[in-house]
Design a binder for this molecule. Structure first.
Ligand code: NDP
Ligand code: 8X3
Length: 256
């Protein structure tokens, strides 16, 4: 029987690309996201290649996530891989000016949504004694940058949660991987800048960023390793991106 992957946030970017790559490799696909027309259009495309189950789902809705997994049809309950990809950054303002609602939304989506989905699917994996959870973290979870404040902190959570899942799952054939991309051109910056396409494009102009396919290939690769091999984390940057020096402020005013 073909393997099954459940991908959250499959209506664009990495999630959508993962759906295409897994479908091309013969996997059965469960896709979910909030935008119904996008999810339906993707399901239609993929169904030419494989079996697809599509669901409109907001991962921040705890009850809805639990119900969705509980009510999966019997022939869709055997999930081999969960890709916890749904997520977003909102704003790039310094912490003292940031919008607190944006911080809440990032925590609700990137942390709590990932928790809800993991907690719903993991018991199925434990019962079937097989599974792989792939979390989409970020380099922002390891390296601080101005304006990264709450977003980076949510991805630091994803990093440590991924490691702690491995600690809990010791002795079981269930793998956990945290994929940590750097600069990647998707709808990420359009969302971050609340629909300001010009501002979003400026982020990537003059660069050769990662694209969604690069991350989808990485995700699929992690699943293709022999069962005794667990890729704990993969940090992926475009060649044009690297670290800068630590910031040092000169001639700082003394506190009053
Ligand atoms: P996109 O904006 O292209 O995709 C984000 C996806 O998440 C969309 O499908 C969106 O679908 C979904 N999503 C957002 N909120 C929710 C929600 N509450 N419930 C369900 N789905 C939701 O961005 P990316 O593909 O770039 O982002 C995917 C992941 O990769 C995110 O976790 C992001 O933080 C991470 N990442 C991105 C990087 C980048 O530079 N692009 C780098 C490092 C990590 P919908 O709106 O239809 O619900
Ligand atoms: C997305 C990468 O550097 O914009 O997680 O935070 S970055």
């Amino acid at each position: 029987m073909a393997k099954t992957v459940l991908i959250t946030g499959a209506s664009s970017g990495f999630g959508e690309a993962c759906a295409h790559h897994f479908a091309a490799a013969g996997w059965r696909i469960i896709i979910c996201a909030r935008r119904k027309p996008r999810i339906e259009a993707l399901a239609k495309k993929l169904s030419a290649q494989t079996d697809v189950l599509a669901e409109v789902l907001d991962v921040t809705q705890r009850q809805a996530v639990a119900q969705f997994v509980e009510q999966l049809p019997n022939d869709w309950r055997s999930i081999d891989v969960l890709v916890n990809n749904a997520g977003l950054a909102l704003g790039l303002d310094p912490a003292q000016q940031a919008n607190l609602d944006d911080w809440d939304t990032m925590v609700d989506t990137n942390i709590k949504g990932l928790n809800y989905m993991t907690r719903a699917v993991l018991p199925l994996m434990v019962t079937q004694n097989r599974g792989h959870i792939i979390n989409i973290g970020s380099i922002a979870g390891s390296y601080a940058y101005p304006g990264g404040n709450a977003y980076g902190a949510t991805k630091a959570y994803v990093q440590q949660f991924s490691r702690n899942l491995r600690a809990d799952l010791i002795g079981r054939p269930i793998r956990v991987t945290n994929v940590e991309p750097g600069l990647a051109e998707t709808e990420f910056s359009v969302v971050r800048f609340q629909g300001d396409v010009e501002k979003a494009q400026a982020v990537y102009s003059g660069t050769h960023p990662l694209f969604a396919d690069d991350i989808a290939r990485t995700v699929v690769w992690a699943t293709q390793q022999p069962p005794h091999v667990n890729i704990n984390s993969i940090e992926v940057m475009p060649t044009c991106q690297a670290w800068g020096p630590l910031a040092v402020a000169k001639d700082m005013p003394e506190p009053e």
